[in-house]
Design a binder for this molecule. Structure first.
Ligand code: ADP
Ligand code: MG
Length: 272
């Protein structure tokens, strides 16, 4: 569904590339997490998916369309919804349902169709009962879910979240993550940029970036085993994985698919 073919990108001609020789294929329905330290190129990569940025060399193909082809850019943007860090920058009106309707209204969609889309989108993010609430009364996590509902109302096939949980408190983060997982379960292709390794344990594949390059791609249990690469990339595995590794070093048998506190607790109980 998304192909990066040898993509290199420079913000300015002489500068070091923000992306170097990126090759990546993402299949329909996949849930991909992109991790990496500050400045490693995650946002730059995300902005290539809907053609906000175009490769200096190489190509990005989304749903069969090349982002370099100006005639196809609208078709690409209809396929790709983008959510960013600050929900306040993404909400434009004062009432929840008006905000979710804003995008479809701008596309000139018929009002019954808009109603149906708004209801469906609010239900998808678990915010139906807030339809008539004032946006400014919502928590950060709720605002971010409304921002995502606004994106869903445009019926994208791909959802890109660029550190969408970064400004939320722990419960808001959990809320949003649960919402994203549900969307993925319903078939959405999800690309989630995050700085929290804990958020990546349920995704299909993790892409690790360092200095504009992809240094590792694999399932969470594959990636968390590569401690040397994580260290070199200034990343740390989730707490539960670190404890698991310690226990393994001490000679205890803990399966590699133990990635969360819950599954670690179960595995430890089985040892007793
Ligand atoms: P991340 O999202 O992983 O923090 P970015 O993609 O934002 O990383 O940045 C990658 C590199 O590109 C960094 O070195 C950053 O300083 C540089 N960069 C990002 N945005 C711009 C910009 N608008 N102009 C020039 N350089 C930029
Ligand atoms: Mg970023």
């Amino acid at each position: 569904m998304i192909q990066f073919q040898n993509v290199t990108f420079h913000y300015e001609k002489s500068s070091t590339p923000a992306l170097s020789e990126i090759n990546l294929e993402i299949a329909q329905g996949e849930f991909i997490a992109i991790v990496g330290h500050n400045g490693s190129g995650k946002s730059t990569l995300a902005k290539h998916i809907n053609g906000l940025l175009l490769p200096t060399s190489g190509s990005v193909i989304v749903c069969g369309y090349d982002t370099k082809n100006e005639n196809d850019i609208l078709k690409i943007r209809q396929q790709v919804g983008m959510a960013f860090q600050n929900p306040d920058n993404q909400l434009v009106t004062t009432i929840v349902e008006e905000d979710v309707a804003f995008g479809p209204e701008n596309l000139g969609i018929a009002s019954e169709e808009i109603r149906a889309r708004v209801d469906r989108a609010l239900s998808s993010v678990g915010m139906t009962q807030y339809a008539e609430s004032a946006v400014h009364n919502l928590s950060g996590g709720q605002k971010q879910r409304i921002a995502i509902a606004g994106i869903l109302a445009l019926r994208p096939n791909i959802l890109v979240l660029d550190e969408a949980t970064a400004m939320l408190d722990p419960s808001g983060r959990e809320d949003l993550l649960r919402t994203v997982k549900r969307l993925h379960d319903d078939g959405m292709t999800v690309i989630m940029v995050t700085q929290y390794m804990e958020e990546t344990v349920d995704c299909d594949r993790i892409v690790v970036m360092n200095r504009g390059r992809i240094v590792c791609v694999g399932t969470p249990s594959e990636v968390f085993r590569k401690q040397d690469i994580l260290e070199k990339s200034n990343l740390v595995a989730p707490e539960a994985v670190k404890v698991r590794n310690e226990l393994k070093n001490m000679g205890f048998e803990i399966p590699d698919d133990v990635l969360t506190a819950e599954s670690l607790a179960e595995a430890v109980c089985l040892l007793l």
